[in-house]
Design a protein around this ligand. Sequence first.
Ligand code: FES
Length: 66
Amino acid sequence: MSQEAKKEAVTIKLFKDGPYLVEGVVNITTVDGETKEYTNPHLCRCGGSSNKPFCDGTHKKIGFKG
Ligand code: FES
């Protein structure tokens, strides 16, 4: 029997004029090669976050539409 870990599907939701919500547990690897596990992270879709890849609410300040 396989010992491979079961992979759970994640769902990505787009918020109008806001971030992506990744529903589930995911590993995110930064450009520096550091990988961390996150549960239900909100990812920046507007490009304005000071804490990329995460949303920090800047989309509201800059009036992001999308
Ligand atoms: S989507 Fe929220 S800061 Fe970019």
